[in-house]
Design a protein around this ligand. Structure first.
Ligand code: PHE
Length: 442
């Protein structure tokens, strides 16, 4: 019989048939990169924190990643059938316990504790996802929120109180594109519990607060670039607000940054749903929240080309950030150590009914998700896998069976892989695909 318990980060949990946390994921919990002195994720966190001053904002950097589905989803008004709840996207300890998929999992508890007008929560988050140079199943987010209490502001005038706080925020001279109205009846509705004036004021405070973060990041990135690269072109920075949807905010936005020709999404945010605040027992509060990916920002700030580098313990990586925690002004751009050669290998297989798959327990099934393939490859190759991509897919005209082909790019960040080593990993990947997914290799 399968084990009914699992040990994760030294703690024992009861598990059930929902359990899908592989050992390599569980073991990353102990790394806590966002609080490691001189780690680029931690430095990035500090820079952002500096734009949200204490005591208005209180910082929480040690919240544990194992949370209930109530915290991760229900407290945030996720509907029961939301795709984010599926086992293909989320790591479950058991049917009601997950590794948090976002720092928003702590919003309700932090609102309920009501220790400050605002807060920042930085933490590791976990998502089953694709594998490439900007996606890793563990990454870091910062959650931020600011609330005002109707019962505490002068004459209960929230709009005036928010505008007064906004007037105290610094300005910036970055060009911001914000083409849409603050609310839109279908696309980005206003909540009944707030007046138009209140919504406008909260939205303006939210946007200015986040623009100040982006302006700070970019001025530092530019300074570092100019100090290290004589050919650096001081291009016009472009950022834009676009409409978004989250179950726990309305209206909602994403902020995108134009970076080397691509619009990068760096954060999601919005006016907190009154339902969330009511369920957190602070019904007289009104405010905003955001969630920001720290890797994206750190990659841009230091020009780090591959997300796996954050997990490196190689001194050639970590050594470059030494002392930066004390002297944030001394920001340097990351100087990549030589890029070792890539070694790609293809694997092709049949899925769907088969007589030849060996009669194993999983034969004849094809009820797996692409994320299952990603995880098997990462489980075998660890950080030696740079990229996994589907390169071919077709249905056999006679048998009706489907064939898939994936290309796996093996490349160590730290040394040259021999072809034999890559073959060794690839052979294990092929066997694991058969064993765990019941596919038939071609
Ligand atoms: N939790 C959201 C995400 O991970 C981001 C978010 C946070 C959006 C807070 C709105 C408010 O995508």
């Amino acid at each position: 019989p399968p084990p009914k318990e699992a040990t994760i980060d030294g703690k024992t949990y009861r598990i059930d048939e929902w359990h899908n946390v592989p050992p390599n994921i569980a073991s990353s919990i102990s790394r806590r990169l966002h609080v490691q002195k001189d780690h680029p994720i931690s430095i990035t966190r500090s820079i952002i924190e500096s734009k949200f001053p204490s005591p208005t904002y209180r910082y929480h950097n040690h919240l544990y990643p194992v949370v209930s589905t109530a915290q991760n989803f229900d407290s945030l008004c996720f509907p029961a059938d939301h795709p984010g709840r599926s086992k293909t996207d989320t790591y479950y300890i058991d049917s009601s316990t997950v590794l948090r998929t976002h720092t928003s999992a702590h919003q309700a508890d932090t609102f309920r504790a009501n220790l400050s007008d605002g807060f920042l929560i930085s933490a590791d988050v976990y998502r089953r996802d694709a594998i490439d140079r900007s996606h890793y199943p563990v990454f870091h987010q910062m959650e931020g929120a600011r609330v005002w209490d109707r019962a505490k502001v002068p004459s209960g005038d929230i709009a005036a109180a928010v505008r007064a706080d906004l007037a105290r925020l610094p300005t910036h001279n970055m060009t911001v594109e914000d083409p849409n109205p603050t609310t839109h009846p279908e696309r980005n509705p206003q909540q009944d519990s707030l007046s138009v004036e209140e919504t406008e004021a909260v939205a303006a405070h939210l946007k200015r607060s986040l623009e100040l973060v982006v302006a700070e990041i970019f001025s530092r990135a530019k300074e570092a670039a100019m100090a290290t690269d004589p050919d650096f072109k001081d291009e016009q920075l472009r950022v834009r607000w676009i409409e978004a949807y989250f179950p726990f905010t309305s209206p909602s936005w994403e902020l995108e940054i134009l970076w080397q020709g691509d619009w990068l999404e760096v954060l999601g945010c919005g006016v907190v749903r009154q339902d969330v605040l009511n369920r957190a027992d602070v019904p007289s509060q009104v405010g905003w929240a955001f969630g920001m990916g720290l890797e994206r920002i750190a990659m841009l700030l230091f020009e780090i080309p591959d997300i796996r580098l954050f997990w490196s313990t190689d001194e050639r990586f970590l050594g470059q950030f030494k002392g930066l925690s004390e002297d944030l002004g001394g920001l340097k751009r990351f100087i990549p150590f030589s890029k070792y050669p890539a070694c790609y290998k293809d694997v092709a297989f049949w899925i769907g009914s088969s007589s030849a798959a060996g009669g194993g327990t999983k034969a004849n099934t094809h009820d797996f998700h692409e994320n299952d393939i990603m995880e098997i490859v990462r489980g075998v190759g660890g950080d030696v896998v740079e990229d996994v991509a589907k390169t071919d897919e077709f249905t056999h005209p006679k048998t009706g069976r489907r064939s898939l082909c994936y290309r796996i790019n093996y490349r160590s960040l730290e040394r040259t892989l021999t072809n034999e080593e890559a073959n060794g990993y690839h052979e294990q990947v092929r066997r694991a695909l058969v064993e765990k997914l019941g596919v038939e290799l071609r």
